[in-house]
Design a protein around this ligand. Structure first.
Ligand code: CTP
Length: 404
């Protein structure tokens, strides 16, 4: 029944409510289905179940504190390695702290330190569940993409009857399974991504460069890896990234062309987010040009258009994604590039807008396909843009699927 759980890393957060005992059964169910379960308990959860119980059933000992853990930074390790985080039960306090970003315990810190999907299973008394503050926090989290498994109606602590009972284990397990299925939608695909601006040498020390930081390309590569793809990243920027990503460092447009050409035939999806220099000096001086020799005249020539070359020899089923950094007539230029370079998708951004494009952590884009605008993403973190771009890729693939 749980088809997507095998071999996946699940963080199971347990907070302090009477339903904490039900997390034991959930833990066992996930481990039996082949998941690697890392449990976290809040301090209050200890009042309901003993940590030894979860430690004995889970795949590693329970984490209870930011400070007394075997790892010096348990929340980032847990958050970064998780394929999904489930909190069952989630109390009003944990829900509020998560909505506000108050990382004062290991559970909430881990929730804030993750980009994995989160499944939140509230459990509390009816009056608390229906309180406007709790409902407001739930809506905040839902709007951020957190999956809420609604509490059920039934017998509560103290003999009361009403809504607030933790959802049954089957419902929680199947929400986790669906979250994992959705989050692994690029499994089995090879994705090639380019990142950063190329540097074209003038002499032994000087280059023509551009402002690209590579952040958007790295975010796309990492999002693809998280979604199960085999990722190759051709980049001019040296940044730490996932060990599972094959990184090919390059410098010039020619280097990038060579690296991309080597991998393009075996790639199912190619995302050219690099800012490839359009021009380079015709001659590169082997030594350093000295000032004493006067002001040099640098003659430029066009670089090869890597993306246009890929478009010209695109194979059946391959998806080609380009970027269009523009300052005027964004959609007209983007649409023109989409057609001219034979692309499936183009991600257009107005680099003259505040907070958009080069070197920022944020971006705002319009994604276009053959039929026109597919989605517009307002100013947000580059990781969210990356997810939106790959969502469009997945949608395109499913539209082209022969089973449809
Ligand atoms: N690109 C490329 N090779 C180049 C130049 C650009 O592969 N030599 C790719 C970029 O990675 C990007 C897309 O083409 O995905 C759009 O690049 P851009 O420079 O904006 O488009 P151009 O066709 O060069 O048009 P213009 O300079 O007129 O805007």
């Amino acid at each position: 029944m749980l088809e997507n759980v095998q071999g996946r890393n699940i963080v199971l957060g347990v907070s302090g409510g009477i339903a904490a005992y039900k997390s034991v059964e959930l833990c066992r169910r996930l481990v039996d289905a082949g998941a690697y379960v890392a449990p976290i308990m809040t301090e209050d959860a200890h009042r309901f179940i003993g940590p030894v119980t979860l430690s004995a059933l889970a795949s590693e000992p329970v984490h209870t504190s930011l400070w007394d853990d075997a790892s010096p930074i348990p929340h980032t390790r847990l958050g970064q390695n998780a394929d999904v985080i489930v909190v069952a039960p989630a109390t009003a306090r944990v829900i509020a702290a998560y909505a506000m970003g108050l990382s004062h315990d290991v559970l909430v810190a881990t929730l804030i330190a993750t980009r994995a999907p989160v499944v939140l299973c509230p459990a509390m008394h009816t009056e608390m569940w229906e309180h406007p503050s709790v409902q407001h926090n739930i809506e905040i989290l839902r709007s951020r993409g957190v999956i809420i498994v609604e509490p059920q109606s039934g017998r509560l602590a103290g003999g009361d009857i009403g809504t607030g009972r933790l959802a049954d284990t089957d419902s929680i397990a199947s929400a986790i399974d669906s979250a994992l299925a959705a989050s692994h939608d690029l499994a089995g695909l090879s994705v090639l991504v380019t990142a950063g601006g190329t540097r074209e040498p003038i002499d032994a020390v000087r280059v023509i460069a551009n402002r690209s930081s590579g952040k958007q390309g790295y975010a796309i590569a990492e999002n693809a890896a998280r979604r199960g793809a085999t990722v190759t990243l051709v980049t001019t920027i040296d940044r730490p990234t996932f060990a599972s990503i094959t990184v090919i460092p390059v410098e010039t447009a020619d280097d990038m062309l060579h690296a991309v050409t080597c991998h393009s035939d075996s790639s199912d999806v190619i995302v050219m987010s690099a800012a490839v220099a359009d021009f380079r000096p015709v001659l590169r001086s082997a030594g350093k040009i000295k000032k004493a020799d006067g002001v040099p005249e640098i003659v430029l020539e066009k670089t090869p258009d890597i993306l246009a070359g890929l478009g010209a020899r695109k194979r059946e089923g391959q998806i080609l994604v380009g970027f269009a950094a523009e300052t005027d007539d964004l959609l007209v230029h983007a649409q023109d590039k989409l057609v001219r370079k034979n692309l499936d998708l183009i991600v257009a951004n107005d680099v003259s807008a505040e907070g958009v494009g080069f070197s920022h952590d944020t971006n705002a884009v319009t994604i276009l396909g053959a039929s026109g605008v597919l989605q517009t993403v307002a100013l947000t973190d580059k990781h969210h843009i990356a997810a939106a771009v790959l969502d469009s890729v997945v949608e395109l693939r499913s539209n082209h699927s022969p089973h449809k």
